[in-house]
Design a protein. Structure first.
Length: 296
């Protein structure tokens, strides 16, 4: 089975969320692509640059035992960078995992290389100042939710995956700016025997929205439903229940009940209603429905 995050890697023109970085790569040099968060497009951009130019790119994961030491740098990278071909890239993913000795040796390799080095890392502090001074350091931002949803929607269309916009939003929310893991989640959703259960599992580890709504709608047990919210930030409770409800197959009037309850509680919290009171009222509204006399 192919991995969608690999199969649907973007071209240079399809890279999303990194406009400032794209503007900086027009002049070729050695680069360090850095972001504290995974899945922001560092590797994808390096591969897209090579493809756009029609150049070969030699890809290594510097976190493995074989590739993180000085022997790898001196015995493999050094000869490859002395072939006389200036039109090539060397991609070292997770370069912050290289040993200090390997980083010291890499400094000399980069200084005299034929071709361009691109190093990626999540922890820039673990990359030596020597390497940083020889490369252009570019920071990648987390991918926005809108960009993730658009990309997921495109992949869903190409793969024939039937998924709602609400479910796409839940996947994006669950992975907070990580496009690669969002795509992985979409692929997992596409083959999961219980897609709704899979989506519910992504929403929040703190609140089981399905169980909460079962207590509200079927069991009519206010006390147990309220206990489900204990220890969880009120807005997280409201958002978790709302997101689950609008992607569910429940009756429209039941979904509207949750929408009304969420809107009222969100307004209460914004207006400064004490959190315990607001969330207690949210549970009541989920059970009883929207009473217009509360907010004429």
């Amino acid at each position: 089975m192919t991995i969608w995050a690999t199969e649907y890697r973007p071209t240079l023109s399809e890279i999303v969320g990194q406009n400032e970085v794209i503007n900086e790569i027009t002049s070729l040099q050695h680069f360090i692509f850095y972001s504290p968060q995974a899945g922001t497009g560092k590797t994808s951009l390096a591969l897209a640059m090579a493809k756009d130019l029609g150049w070969p790119i030699h890809v290594f994961n510097a976190s493995s035992k074989k590739t993180r030491g000085i022997d790898f740098v001196e015995e493999e990278l050094l000869p490859m960078s002395r072939t006389g071909n200036q039109n090539q890239f060397f991609l070292l993913d997770e370069a912050d995992q290289l040993t200090p000795a390997a980083q010291s040796a890499l400094k000399g390799v980069i200084e005299n290389s034929q071709g361009y080095f691109i190093l990626t890392c999540n922890d820039l502090s673990k990359v030596s100042k020597w390497l940083q001074s020889r490369c252009r350091v570019l920071r990648f931002n987390p991918i926005s939710k809108d960009d993730i949803v658009k990309r997921l929607s495109m992949i869903a269309g190409k793969t024939g995956t039937v998924i709602t916009e609400g479910q796409l939003n839940l996947i994006a929310d669950a992975h907070e700016g990580d496009l690669r893991n969002s795509i992985n989640a979409l692929q997992a959703f596409s083959v999961h025997p219980e897609p709704e259960g899979f989506i519910n599992g992504l929403v929040s580890q703190g609140l089981d929205a399905k169980h909460f709504l079962t207590l509200c709608f079927r069991e009519n047990d206010y006390n147990l439903a309220l206990k489900e919210t204990y220890g969880i930030p009120p807005r997280e409770v409201v958002k978790t229940v709302f997101d689950y409800a609008i992607t569910s197959t429940a009756k429209v009037d039941s979904i509207m009940r949750i929408v009304d309850a969420a809107a009222i509680t969100e307004r209460d919290l914004i207006h400064g209603v004490e959190e315990n009171i607001a969330i207690a009222n949210f549970v009541r509204l989920c059970m009883e429905g929207y009473t217009k006399t509360l907010y004429p």
